[in-house]
Design a protein around this ligand. Structure first.
Ligand code: ZN
Length: 441
């Protein structure tokens, strides 16, 4: 592991975070009222706290901010239940080499994609538009990133290929055999909930299982009522790309989907703690059970096709600042609302990138609790270095790089991180304003 200076969490970034929080109208208190203060999310687009050797330029994201309502209910594209097939890993064809250090595997992450940039970036609510500019990329931008990452010799791997815990909970690296000449890369996508606040603003509305068994998006263009089914977000776009280029996912693994619970998951208002009888929301979802069943179908189909799930906390909480009590309450809610749909996971992706420790290895009550709750892999955010990782006795911790308006702008201003993976200038959507980002411009 390369020597690094102590991580300055939430220093310069906290300002960016505060700006972003403030930028989204009413986001500080428009989240679901969760009763107990210990469990309420403060949904917001926010800056990732991250740790960085260079003084912390990395900022990133998490789009959550809610204001509107309208529980999702609805028919999916198919009435045929997706088979809950277990994922079957594949073996790369041809010669392989063992990657020298599994803590040094780069990790790029995204949020749900902007399908209609004119609407999302042109919102009258300029603060909200700025948030979308900061934290999201468009379908067009993602497609170009995908092609270039592939052309540059990266192949998708799962964090679970990097290490394994033994019966005593001790983490050990596992040999990662990548196709000769290729470089491993982890993809993750945060906040795949199609939050209430995004409705009608140029994002997909949900994921569905199409009649052919593939996972697709439902998308309703702003001003339209027509429900289109197609590839409008990272998961179906990667699935389609891998179909054409199977060598991009030589093991069958595609990426990690990080889910919160407070607005349900995958576009379904599926959380009993929020929408069910006695839940926090006053607009309960009358189709709760159907939505849970539909979301489960989608989750099963995603898992079968190489996607994995991570906790992103139930309420998009800040693990750096939250008390142990709040972390416990929140974790219990995630396990109650999300785990029945996704199955258990040992991956924890910190909202805001807000980690429970800077550079020092994990120790103490928060870690003891999280490890006891089953988490073995932890992910913060650091957009200032191509890769960073840390082995602990019971865990592997990795930094992730945000691919969004903030990092694209930083790249065009000279930060050489994204250029390890793609040419930042060439991927910009012509419909992205010249400011590139929003609140940071
Ligand atoms: Zn997030």
């Amino acid at each position: 592991m390369r020597p690094r200076q102590p991580r300055t969490m939430l220093t310069s970034l906290s300002l960016a975070a505060a700006l972003a929080l403030g930028a989204l109208a009413g986001c500080t208190d428009s989240g679901p009222s969760t009763g107990a203060a210990s469990s309420g999310p403060v949904p917001s687009l926010s800056a990732g706290a991250s740790p960085s050797a260079s003084g912390g330029v990395s900022a990133s994201p998490s789009g959550d901010a809610s204001s509107s309502s309208e529980p999702g209910s609805s028919p999916s594209a198919s009435a045929t239940p997706a088979p809950a097939t277990d994922f079957k890993p594949t073996v790369p064809a041809g010669a392989t080499t063992v990657w020298p250090d599994n803590s040094m595997v780069p990790h790029l992450f995204f949020h749900s994609l902007v399908v209609d940039p004119k609407t999302a970036f042109g919102l009258k609510n300029r603060g909200k538009a700025a948030g979308y500019l900061d934290y999201m990329v468009t379908v067009d931008e993602f497609n170009k990133v995908l092609q270039q990452v592939y052309d540059n010799g990266y192949v998708l791997v799962s964090p679970h290929q990097l290490g394994k815990v033994d019966a005593k909970g001790v983490m050990h690296p596992t040999p990662l055999k990548v196709p000769k000449g290729k470089k491993p890369l982890v993809f993750s996508i945060d906040d795949v909930s199609y939050y209430e606040y995004m409705e009608g603003e140029g994002f997909p509305t949900k994921l569905v299982v199409a009649p052919d068994g593939s996972v697709q998006n439902e998308y309703v263009a702003p001003g339209s009522t027509e429900k289109k089914i197609g590839a409008y977000d990272v998961m179906p776009l990667v699935d389609a790309f891998v179909k054409e280029h199977p060598d991009f996912a030589p093991f069958g693994h595609k990426g990690v989907i990080a889910l919160t619970g407070y607005n349900g998951v995958l576009g379904y208002r599926s959380s009993p703690s929020m929408y069910g009888p006695g839940g926090d929301a006053d607009h309960k979802n009358p189709n709760l059970q159907t939505d849970i069943a539909e979301a489960t179908k989608v989750a099963n189909a995603l898992k079968a096709s190489g996607w994995e799930f991570a906790s992103h906390s139930w309420g998009h909480i800040n693990f750096t600042k939250s008390s142990l009590g709040r972390i416990k309450t929140d974790t219990a809610r995630w396990k109650k609302d999300v785990e029945p749909i996704t199955g258990p996971t040992d991956l924890l992706i910190y909202p805001f990138g807000a980690d429970i420790s800077g550079l020092p290895k994990y120790a103490g009550p928060k870690y003891d609790f999280l490890k006891g709750a089953g988490y073995n892999f932890y992910f913060n955010v650091d957009g200032s270095t191509p890769q960073w990782g840390q082995w602990g006795k019971g865990y592997l911790r990795e930094a992730r790089i945000n691919v969004d308006g903030i990092s694209l702008k930083a790249a065009l201003e000279g930060r050489k991180v994204l250029s390890h993976f793609f040419d930042p200038k060439s991927v910009l959507d012509p419909l992205r304003p010249r400011s590139i980002s929003g609140t940071t411009s």
